[in-house]
Design a binder for this molecule. Sequence first.
Ligand code: ADP
Ligand code: MG
Ligand code: ZN
Length: 476
Amino acid sequence: MTYEVVIGLEIHAQLKTDTKIFCGCSTRFGAAPNSQTCPVCLGMPGVLPVVNKKAVEYAIKAGLSMNCDILMDNRFARKNYFYPDLPMGYQITQFDLPIAQKGYLDITLGNGSKKRIGITRIHMENDAGKSNHDPHRPISLVDLNRAGTPLIEIVSEPDMRSAEEAGAFMRQIHALVRYVGVCDGNMEEGSLRCDANVSLRRPGASQFGTRTEMKNLNSFRNIERAIVSEINRQADILDDGGAIVQETRLWNADEGKSVSMRSKEDAHDYRYFPDPDLLPIIIDEVWLARIKDSIPELPEAKKERYSSELGLSAEDAAVLTSSIELARYFERCLAMINKPKLVANWVMVSLLALINAQNISIDDAPVSPESLAELLALVDTDVISGTMAKTVFEDMAKSGKSPKLIVEEKGLAQVSDTSEIEAIVDRILNENPSEVDAFKGGKTKLMGFFVGQIMRATQGKANPAVVNQLLADKLK
Ligand code: ADP
Ligand code: MG
Ligand code: ZN
């Protein structure tokens, strides 16, 4: 039977502040267990949380970048539940008055079409600690370094209709939080993580089916795999006449399947109420305007501009704007040599190949945008051919030398001097009289033969345009 797939994502992004959301403890990753704690984040009785202004600013930035309305008067609420890694016995989050709501993102699908996905709300909250279950002994240890780390939760509308759409949405969130600099986007370390809500319904049905929530999705690939697996699991149950149980499921990436974790609580189970320890957050217009001004050009606008102003194809524009580092690299290079297509090709082919081969980030690329621009200027002014430039680029990546120096040392400079090339052209024509006759008799395909001979004689250094021109003149 066929079903319509309905997906909504809940995405947690760890805000890139130096300190926690309600105390001054460090948020640095990887410190010794419980070394970054204080009475506030340990949940001692009688302590008072104070909100981190930077965290609020980052939440606003995220909201603005996702086209949300910012609530100028928003509040923290307590979400009450017991868990060993939650020392306060409640999470401080936002409930009826979140900092941002009613936003959207336009995602681009594989066939190039666009789709708008609604964002219900973005709220701020603190993270819990981490339980470490000892595999050898029947004990668990709690590390509260992470307790109190600032998070935003981005809740989407149930607008996605396939795993592909969910993947595209998550990729865009990932790009955006990094563009505006509020989250490092490191999914492996859990800085950006996603729960996928999935349900099925018969095509044309007016109501949504019962959903499950899939947790523990720590890569784009796992998001897509887990959703496909859940769609199949639910379809099998419905095909057999069964009913879907509303529950939270845990994705096991190694086995490629999920297991039930717990039945799903309803909102009222948490006894939400406004946190009496924290004042409402009142945002004034001046502050909001300042934050708006600090937001850089976002990927969608950039993509648009790369196509309309720079004349790049939609595909190239999409690749170059996929991360802020790549776009920055491209723009820095372009600032030195204004040849958008040439620069785009080199960044997308040679630079990305280098980055991928060495498994490093763009910012650590051994060839700087300025050096690449220097190399491309040599190509653009016919000092070296495109083919030679590839060799020079490889050398630059290895030695860190400037392209000019490499060209000099290796004697790679292209010969464009007509008289120098003419002597060689004459020699080649003299050495091959029968080919010359055949050419003049109509075998024009021999042009390639002549060009080849001349290139060999000059070790590839003759400027092909000059060679072609000279040959055309002499073989008339
Ligand atoms: P919670 O999971 O915390 O109870 P919500 O009720 O706000 O929170 O819903 C969480 C997510 O589930 C949202 O992203 C929403 O779009 C999505 N969702 C809600 N109903 C369905 C459904 N029937 N099928 C798929 N996703 C759904
Ligand atoms: Mg949920
Ligand atoms: Zn603390």
